[in-house]
Design a protein around this ligand. Structure first.
Ligand code: B1M
Length: 211
């Protein structure tokens, strides 16, 4: 077992107290922060599969999420940028009805590391809250929507439509993503961009504003 295997196993087995230590040990052994992150995501993949098979239930998923968040505390500072360059504001949130925030937080970190000033609205965000925040920040450059459930894809669609109604008054770009989201869906709902993961989201956000 490598230290990265330990990281994956600790997420998979809900070892909330051991995860930070194993992340640090993996880093000390020379693993890159992104490799530690990938190991944790792989552990989450196993948790998701067990949930799909009915082997575990929501409480276990919650403990797995808590475990991953503890690990994120170790690697997040290493993923974050130096904040030297500002590319403008980015509003981000998980759409209404959806409580998943680990991926959204990661996207927030990576877009922030790329140079944007992040306004994180959290989870279960009503479409009105996105529009209200855009109106309060008329210089916003990117609005980023996350959804993790097939059942909240409709909520993302509604949110995008609501945002697109006022878009003509501003110059921001609309970015979306999350496990069930595809480029085709992003096109269908009138988003300007789609990204498959947090790293790609940071690249896409910059590309959308021509930076
Ligand atoms: Co939920 N859940 N969950 N869950 N959960 C999934 C998503 C699921 C796939 C599990 C499964 O069945 N295998 C399944 C969805 C099935 C579907 O719709 N197709 C599911 C379900 C069904 C549910 C409930 C309905 C369960 C229930 O109550 N019966 C319920 C819904 C609650 C709600 O939201 N209303 C529920 C609840 C929960 C918890 C609250 C217990 C917990 C979340 C805790 C939290 O987030 N704080 C939870 C968890 C932990 C998971 C799994 C196991 C892990 C999610 C995660 O954090 N992954 C998940 C299974 C899985 O993903 N393997 C599952 C790691 C994270 C880094 O990846 O979030 O995908 P991800 O983010 C990625 C990309 O998606 C992308 O970048 C990130 C990585 O770089 N990305 C973007 C995300 N947002 C982006 C935005 C972008 C661009 C890219 O641009 C703006």
């Amino acid at each position: 077992m490598t230290k990265l295997d330990d990281v994956k196993a600790n997420v998979e087995n809900y070892k909330t107290k051991l995860i930070a230590g194993s992340c640090q040990e993996a880093l000390d052994e020379g693993a890159k922060p992104t490799e530690v992150l990938e190991a944790m995501i792989a552990g989450m993949g196993v948790v998701g599969d067990k949930f799909s098979k009915g082997e575990i239930f929501v409480p276990e998923m919650l403990i797995a999420a808590k475990t991953m968040n503890k690990g994120m505390e170790v690697i997040q500072p290493l993923l974050a940028g130096d904040g030297a360059q500002s590319l403008g504001k980015c509003i981000i949130g998980t759409v209404k009805g959806d409580l998943h925030d680990i991926g959204k937080n990661l996207v927030c970190t990576m877009i922030g590391a790329a140079g944007f000033d992040m306004i994180d609205l959290g989870v279960d965000v009503p479409k009105e809250k996105f529009v209200e925040t855009i109106e309060a920040n008329p210089d916003v450059k990117v609005v980023a929507l996350s959804a993790l459930l097939t059942s909240t894809m409709d909520s993302m669609k509604e949110t995008a439509a609501f945002i697109n109604e006022i878009k003509g008054k501003y110059s921001f770009k609309l970015l979306c993503g999350g496990a069930p989201i595809t480029q085709a869906f992003a096109d269908e709902i009138g988003a300007d961009g789609y990204a498959i993961d947090a790293g790609a989201a940071a690249i896409k956000a910059k590309e959308l504003i021509g930076a």
